[in-house]
Design a protein around this ligand. Structure first.
Ligand SMILES: CC(C)(COP(=O)(O)OP(=O)(O)OC[C@H]1O[C@@H](n2cnc3c(N)ncnc32)[C@H](O)[C@@H]1OP(=O)(O)O)[C@@H](O)C(=O)NCCC(=O)NCCS
Length: 331
């Protein structure tokens, strides 16, 4: 059986920055509360009609350029997103057209904040079984367009962005060593969309945001927090076991960026040193499916991964869904 390895990573974050201080003008909150309870200082907001597929295309072009793979050589494009431009065509098909991935099969995966790891699993399996030689895996979201800007329990957490990786087939004993996925629909009530047109405020300080809201997001933060820590630990241990890697052998963990306290609790339970955990939450907030590939691309650019390093990516999100991947880095 073949293996898949990551050959390039890229990311895109919109230019408009929304700080905690800006949010003090929107809801009854404070920079001190948001920083202490979440670790977030600012987040990026898509403006001027920027859609998910366009951010995905910008991240994808960067990943393709780094990988040396041509868009026309991609066999598969998989996008994890809960905020596609429209119900159909899929965001992946819109992206395929934008980057010119003419011979690819393209699909979206809906798995809440776990979308990127779920998409990675699809692409990994396609390569392993020989159906694909090169695949593009993307996480991209415009969460600002589905945020209830009057709910201080959620609006301070979310941001927009996109990240992408290119996977290629390899015969070497390296690359993706394990991908594990789980879900439990009985906890769906903790984080869900209200799918109807409703009278909610727009984000007046950034013109245009929230004007067309296909749905809005509702979250019960406290129980979700507890569940997140439990599930992240469980899937991490399972994935390390499957890949036969010990915690102390990890070079880097790139977790989903939902709350710095969740990330710290996970690292503490695993006994993983703080310097081995890569975080971007202070600058981007929670960008759902995009958070891991954005952080990964930045970690690679910052020289945080060397060939043979063991990388763990782990996530948790609406569904509930959760998942993890252990990768032996090879570029
Ligand atoms: C949302 C979250 C940050 C809230 O933090 P918390 O410490 O659990 O806070 P609580 O919900 O218990 O609220 C504590 C108090 O802060 C208040 N509060 C909530 N949001 C606030 C805000 N933005 N600013 C100021 N106060 C706020 C609450 O109203 C509550 O006040 P009360 O004690 O007077 O009732 C946290 O629960 C969380 O991160 N949950 C998981 C989120 C997650 O993982 N989501 C995505 C999964 S992909």
């Amino acid at each position: 059986m073949y293996k898949a390895k990551v050959v390039g990573a890229g990311s895109y974050a919109p230019e408009t920055v929304l700080t905690n201080r800006d949010l003090e003008k929107v809801v009854d909150t404070s920079d001190a509360w948001i920083t202490r309870r979440t670790g977030i200082k600012e987040r990026r907001i898509a403006t001027g009609g920027m859609v998910t597929s366009e951010m995905a295309a910008r991240a994808a072009r960067q990943a393709l350029e780094k990988s040396g793979v041509e868009a026309g050589d991609l066999d598969l494009v998989v996008v994890g997103t809960v905020t596609p431009d429209r119900q159909f065509p899929s965001c992946a098909c819109l992206l395929q057209e934008k980057i010119g991935a003419r011979k690819a099969a393209s699909m979206d995966v809906s798995a809440g904040c776990s979308g990127f790891i779920y998409a990675l699993s699809v692409a990994n399996n396609a390569i392993r079984c020989g159906d694909a030689e090169h695949a593009l895996v993307v996480g991209a979201e415009v969460l600002s367009g589905v945020t209830n800007w009057s709910d201080r329990g959620t609006c301070v957490l979310l941001g927009d962005g996109a990240g992408a990786v290119v996977l290629s087939r390899t015969d070497e004993d390296t690359g993706i060593k394990a991908v594990n996925l789980r879900s439990d629909g009985s906890f769906g009530h903790l984080l869900y969309s209200v799918d109807k047109q409703c009278e909610l405020p727009t984000l007046d300080i950034v013109p245009g945001v929230g004007e067309q809201r296909p749905f809005y997001l509702v979250m019960d933060g406290k129980p979700l927090f507890k569940k997140a820590v439990e599930c992240l630990e469980e899937i991490t241990r399972w994935t390390l076991d499957k890949a036969q890697v010990k915690v102390e052998e990890l070079a880097l963990m790139v977790p989903h960026q939902a709350n710095i306290r969740i990330i710290n609790a996970l690292a503490q339970r695993l006994g993983l040193a703080e310097e081995k955990v890569y975080t971007t939450i202070e600058r981007y907030g929670n960008t759902s499916s995009a958070s891991i590939p954005i952080a990964l691309a930045e970690a690679v650019n910052a020289g945080r991964l060397c060939p043979r390093d063991k990388l763990l990516m782990v996530t948790f999100g609406a569904g509930l869904t959760w998942g993890a991947s252990l990768v032996e880095w090879s570029i």
